[in-house]
Design a binder for this molecule. Structure first.
Ligand code: LLP
Length: 425
């Protein structure tokens, strides 16, 4: 669900024509809808209300400080994976005591920064990291709270690059070793290890992997409690899906319906770390057709956006629905499906100007007739879109625009050529 809809053959973001933003701000451009962020956050909150979780928005998917501020104002906590993300959250007015911090390679500086800020939980990924945290906390004579990230060895059935909860990944500690970790460190005074964390992958478009992983984790928590350890919190990570095609992902109520019965009455506080399910459908990426051409039997639309702006198609062979911003009669679609072979469409690849064959935004898509100057919207680009962008081929990064009802605001300017070299001087 999102607030990007066609009216009278024009794509709107809330009440603003996307064409107007492209004209005034230029292309390529990321456009976010504040109402869509709010909808997905509130929906999740409502769906899980019975167990009153701390929702920690995952900054890595879309970390612009204006977006973090929006989430903070709605009462969200934050999931961070670096000192830089913690800095973003604090700059945005987020509360440190609602921040959870995961990551396999936290540096001493980052740990000290997070201890100084007073974050809620360090999500510990290894024995060595825990030993280091204990040393740093003892040296500072302070007490911090930590969750051990366990690796429940469950297949989330998603792309291999974003599968994180199987035994052979670098994340967390497997269940056998996790018990030893508690036995060795579970009663430490400086690092209070009273919580368990898991994050098994992203996106997970079914509830089954959560049920398996949480069930295994609860058995482990029971065992810990029998041995006398205090466990008061479970953080089940992120990974809820977004709609790259209409109704692809379960909605918040479906995830909650599967998860709440497992956790109810277990005497555990629940933490959620949703990223994509909040930001994914809240953003589109808009670029302009520069040229069309034919190569053999293939037809190409060459646009001014590229893999440096949105790397997901190349990196994960990810599907993003693409459609013109202004369409002729009969082509206005508010349902996104794959494929969309409407009469009058032609099969095309949408590609960027970068000097790599893998520089594409879409392959073999049936699109209405396109010509130079037309605008194309790439949907569900709010998560891991701008956040994973680069300056490859010396392309200044695209701006980010936030729409609220009938107004829009540039929340990150387009980079200039000077920006490309500023740190090289
Ligand atoms: N918590 C932890 C510990 C994570 O590692 C992640 C994502 C999340 C929460 C948020 O997951 P989400 O709710 O957004 O699925 N670049 C990839 C996704 C990588 C996800 C990394 N970790 C993509 O574009 O699909």
């Amino acid at each position: 669900m999102d607030y990007f809809q066609y009216q009278d053959n024009q794509l709107y973001c809330e009440k603003v024509p996307v064409e107007q933003i492209a004209r005034e701000v230029g292309t390529p451009v990321y456009i976010y809808s504040a109402a869509t962020f709010a909808h997905h956050f509130q929906n999740l909150k409502k769906a899980f209300a019975e167990v009153n979780p701390l929702i920690c928005y995952s900054v890595k998917g879309c970390g612009n400080i204006h977006i973090c501020r929006l989430l903070a104002q709605m009462g969200s906590g934050f999931d961070v994976v670096s000192g830089g993300e913690l800095f973003r959250v604090l700059q945005a007015g987020g509360r440190a005591d609602t921040v959870v911090y995961a990551g396999v390679g936290k540096t001493d500086d980052e740990i000290q920064q997070a201890m100084g800020a007073g974050i809620a939980y360090f999500n510990i990924e290894s024995e060595a990291e825990l030993e280091n945290l204990i040393t740093l906390a003892r040296n500072k004579d302070c007490q911090v709270k930590a969750a051990l990230r366990i690796n429940p060895d469950v297949d989330p059935k998603t792309h291999r690059h974003t599968t994180t909860g199987k035994k052979e990944t670098k994340f967390g500690v497997d269940l056998e070793r996790a018990m030893n970790v508690f036995e060795q460190f579970g009663r430490n005074e400086n690092v209070r290890l009273h919580a368990v964390h898991l994050h098994i992958g992203s996106p997970i478009n079914s509830t089954e992997p959560y049920i398996q992983a949480i069930t295994k984790t609860l058995t482990f928590i029971d065992e810990l409690r029998r041995k006398g350890f205090t466990i008061d919190t479970i953080d089940i990570g992120g990974g809820f899906g977004a709609d790259y095609t209409t109704d692809q992902a379960p909605d918040a109520a479906e995830y909650a319906g599967a998860i709440i019965p497992l956790l109810k009455d277990k005497g555990l506080c629940l933490i959620l770390e949703p990223g994509r399910s909040i930001s994914g459908n809240a953003g589109i990426f808009v670029s302009r057709v520069l040229y069309t051409k034919q190569g053999g039997d293939k037809h190409f639309a060459i646009v001014d956006g590229a893999m440096n702006d949105l790397i997901r198609p190349m990196l994960y062979e990810a599907f993003h629905f693409i459609w013109p911003v202004t369409v002729a009669n009969g082509f206005a679609v508010n349902t996104r499906r794959e494929p969309m072979e409407l009469p009058g469409t032609r099969k095309m690849d949408v590609v960027g100007p970068i000097c790599e064959t893998g520089d594409y935004l879409a392959k073999d898509r049936f699109l209405p007739p396109l010509k130079r100057g037309d605008l194309l919207s790439v949907f569900t680009a709010g998560a891991y879109g701008f956040a994973m962008s680069s300056q490859y081929n010396a392309r200044p990064r695209a701006p980010e625009v936030l729409v609220t009802d009938s107004t829009f605001k540039i929340i990150r300017q387009r980079e200039s050529y000077q920006d490309l070299i500023a740190l090289e001087k």
